[in-house]
Design a protein around this ligand. Structure first.
Ligand code: PMV
Length: 352
């Protein structure tokens, strides 16, 4: 029998890339492989109410952020729906009320596109499952569910495909990782040293302003970029290096690799045409203080950056107390309103 209406809820985390995705082809196909830690505290919770319509002409939906209607979210979701329509045939047959909220402040400079798009994609997959009337709880069925959710999320926002299943997720076809794909994220399939268990990510909110440059534009600027080919091939090499690091637990090599990745991402922005700088003076202050602290203490604290000014401070759980003391005493002053978010590696999205 046909289902007329229902409601589904998913919470899906943000993720932080260790090897960065920067540059894409049509249909959100990445130019290089990337890998990220799924986060835990930073997430989006999305509820979708669906109701069958009399006609199936156009997409019909409303979006609410924190119970407030958000008309300005509609174009992005409309674009997303257009891209996935062929894979989600029921889309035009239902009216959707999308209610979403983030655990992190909206204008914190933490991108909500990965957590938001993955949460929405997972809701659509739950609806697909409900409409299909098949109660298959096998491992193959759950693999299909996650894979397609990641596939759909990718079409909303590339890095969102890495937020479905944690903890380490690879996206982009590369020789080093068996089963890797350009179309969806896969769980990192090899052994990971205990040093990386419950790895910590403290996000320093350096600048809460809206991004000056969208990642869409940033990806586009990799076309004809003078260093693009070298960068893409470096990402493959880095994946191979990271495999060894993750296996052996070599924290020093890990720091060298992730910091190089972060600075390379920003170097690509600084050398594109037009060029731009997303780091702020406080970003650099913090980086220098991290380097100084590391030299003085021998602790394994490193940083990475997204396409913005915020700094993700990464360190092993065993060093948590000392590093947090340092962050509070020396780095907090460089954050807007002294605000930072303590997060850890998480295990991916969950149905609520
Ligand atoms: O998913 P997008 O299109 O917003 O791109 C995000 C790219 C970076 O966050 C800068 C790097 C990454 O791999 O997450």
């Amino acid at each position: 029998e046909l289902i007329d209406s229902g409601t589904v809820t998913w919470e899906s985390p943000s993720n932080i890339a260790l090897i960065k995705y920067w540059g894409k082809r049509d249909q959100q196909i990445p130019e290089n492989p990337s890998i990220s830690f799924t986060l835990s505290a930073c997430k989006t919770i999305t509820t979708v109410d669906y109701e069958k319509k009399a006609t199936a002409e156009d997409f019909s939906f409303e979006v609410f952020l924190n119970d407030e209607k958000k008309a300005d979210f509609k174009p992005k979701i409309e674009t997303f729906f257009k891209r996935i329509e062929g894979y989600v045939p029921f889309l035009k047959h239902y009216h959707f009320t999308i209610k979403t909220q983030n655990t992190f402040p909206h204008s914190s400079g933490i991108a909500s596109s990965a957590s938001g798009m993955s949460a929405l994609a997972l809701c659509l997959m739950s609806i697909e499952k409900a409409l299909s009337n098949i109660q298959d709880e096998s491992e193959a069925a759950s693999e299909y569910f996650n894979r397609k959710a990641s596939f759909l999320a990718r079409l909303g926002s590339g890095s969102a495909c890495r937020s479905v299943a944690g903890d380490l997720v690879v996206w982009g076809q590369t020789q080093s990782i068996a089963g890797s794909s350009n179309l969806f994220g896969v769980k990192y399939p090899y052994s990971v040293h205990k040093n990386f268990k419950e790895y910590q990510d403290t996000i320093l909110l350096i600048d809460k302003g809206e991004k000056q440059v969208s990642s869409t534009l940033g990806h586009e600027l990799m076309y004809g970029h003078p260093y693009a080919e070298a960068r893409f091939s470096q990402a493959h090499d880095h994946m191979e290096m990271l495999k060894t690091i993750l296996k052996t637990g070599d924290l020093q090599a890990f720091i060298d690799l992730i910091e190089s990745e972060a600075l390379t991402l920003h170097a690509m922005m600084m050398t594109s045409n037009p060029y731009f700088i997303l780091m702020k003076p406080h970003t650099l202050e913090v980086i220098n203080l991290i380097w100084k602290f590391r030299e003085e203490t021998g602790l394994h604290v490193g940083f990475t950056l997204d396409a913005g000014a915020n700094v993700h401070v990464l360190y092993p759980k065993a060093e948590k107390d000392l590093v947090l003391e340092f962050i509070e005493a020396e780095l907090a002053a460089y954050c807007k309103d002294e605000a930072y978010i303590c997060d850890t590696v998480g295990l991916g999205a969950q149905q609520v």
